[in-house]
Design a protein around this ligand. Structure first.
Ligand SMILES: Cc1cc2nc3c(=O)[nH]c(=O)nc-3n(C[C@H](O)[C@H](O)[C@H](O)COP(=O)(O)OP(=O)(O)OC[C@H]3O[C@@H](n4cnc5c(N)ncnc54)[C@H](O)[C@@H]3O)c2cc1C
Length: 386
């Protein structure tokens, strides 16, 4: 194998398209290993669970090569079917249906489903010829190059007070999530960001009684980091910063975690004003099961009795990748910063044979690394156009 991409999410799929479409790698020499039934499965499940209808990012952020590809695709599709607002706002944010249809088009164009190995990479070791990756099935794959595109999607963030053993408490991004209410219930949604807001709005639209509990007031931001991070405006200074602890602090400060764009804020405030969503600002002190209800005690001394708690608290900030990343680090003494994340070169090489994308590329690509824009940036670096 010439290229093995570990992770078939937004990042792995875009990197595969770039390698096949721009560097002349033959399809027979590239594979994507991912445990999902199909590529992009985690993306689709997460977006569907929270009832997302539109992307937060603009139309030029997608999985194909040409930045205008999604717009062209939408024009062709519009002729065939009438779609209500395929794009919205000044940045032409695409509908989820359009983005997903276009992603399917990219998968088909590059024949990526045929290159998908449905399995999990569990171990890796490096030698002078390349990398050997062991899969959970026991199969071993020898490859000249590896791209680690494992994403953070398997690491939902559980607050300390939320025990995984209490029935009725679920994280909406848990890979085994099956906690959506099937009959009308009183549900507490925990979190103050976009996924919490969308979860609360979906529950409301389905007739549930909804409490939303956030540690902070609603924060409005159009994107989850300022557009200046997409170009030289902020990235020149970031690249100049050689202290990686300082880089990590810059990333943390630049990411508007727990924020919502204007349209969602308006929808949420409207629902709260009509008492369709009950908004609570405060930290949770304790959560107990009391016979058939859950009691959620806030530090503001409020006590909520609910049938179900849905955590929409995002993803852990810990380095993703688990054992395959750990064994690769051990095998080749790969350098890590104090935060545990890879120290890579501008081509995103952690080792001459190992490249990274997504969160693992954060200390090089900055605050947008995890997003679709970050996948495109990683693609540019990998194929050598940036
Ligand atoms: C609901 C939601 C909405 C978002 N909306 C936007 C948006 O509008 N615009 C934007 O730019 N960004 C958005 N994001 C952020 C980001 O683009 C997504 O999180 C995106 O899915 C990240 O892609 P990824 O490939 O890095 O990670 P993932 O989606 O997590 O995919 C990684 C894949 O790697 C697999 N994997 C992990 N470990 C292994 C292993 N050892 N072996 C094999 N496979 C492995 C996982 O199973 C997974 O399938 C959104 C995120 C969420 C959750």
């Amino acid at each position: 194998m010439e290229w093995l991409i570990i992770g078939g999410g937004i990042h792995g799929v875009h990197i595969a398209a770039r390698l096949l479409g721009e560097t002349g790698v033959a399809p027979g020499r590239l594979r994507i290993v991912d445990p999902g039934d199909r590529l992009l499965e985690r993306w689709r499940i997460c977006a569907d669970t929270i009832g997302m209808t539109r992307l937060r990012s603009p139309s030029v952020h997608h999985l194909d090569l040409n930045p205008r590809s999604l717009s062209y695709f939408a024009s062709r599709r519009r002729r065939r079917r009438r779609e209500n607002k395929p794009f919205a706002g000044v940045y032409d944010r695409p509908s989820l249906a359009l983005f997903n249809a276009h992603s399917d088009h990219v998968l088909k164009t590059f024949g990526l489903p045929d290159l998908h190995i449905q399995d999990r990479a569990t171990e890796g070791s490096v030698d002078s010829d390349g990398v050997e990756i062991t899969l959970s099935s026991g199969r071993k794959i020898a490859t000249r190059n590896v791209v680690l595109a494992v994403g953070g999607g398997e690491q939902p963030e559980w607050p300390n007070w939320a025990s995984r053993n209490v029935s009725g408490v679920h994280h909406v991004f848990d890979p085994s999530f099956d906690g959506w209410p099937s009959t009308t219930e009183t549900v507490a949604v925990l979190g103050g960001g976009l996924s919490a807001a969308q979860t609360a709005l979906r529950l409301k639209s389905e007739g549930h009684r909804v409490h939303m509990v956030s540690r902070h007031a609603l924060r409005e931001h159009r994107f989850d980091s300022a557009p200046g991070w997409l170009g030289p405006k902020y990235m020149v200074g970031f690249n100049r910063e050689k202290d990686l602890a300082r880089r990590r602090a810059i990333i943390t400060e630049a990411r508007h975690r727990g924020s919502v764009p204007r349209g969602v804020r308006i929808a949420l405030c409207g629902a709260a004003a009509r008492n369709q969503i009950h908004w609570h600002e405060g930290e949770v002190e304790a959560l107990d099961r009391q016979s058939d209800a859950l009691a959620l005690r806030l530090k503001t001394h409020q006590l909520l009795h609910v049938d179900r708690v849905l955590l929409a608290t995002g993803f852990s900030a810990l380095r993703p990748g688990g054992s395959v990343v750990e064994t690769l680090i051990a095998s080749a003494s790969l350098p890590c910063a104090g935060c545990g994340y890879p120290i890579v070169d501008p081509q995103l090489r952690w080792h001459p044979r190992i490249r990274v994308s997504g969160p693992l590329a954060e200390l090089e690509l900055g605050p947008v690394a995890r997003n679709i824009a970050g996948a495109r940036r990683a693609g540019d670096r990998l194929v050598g156009v940036a």
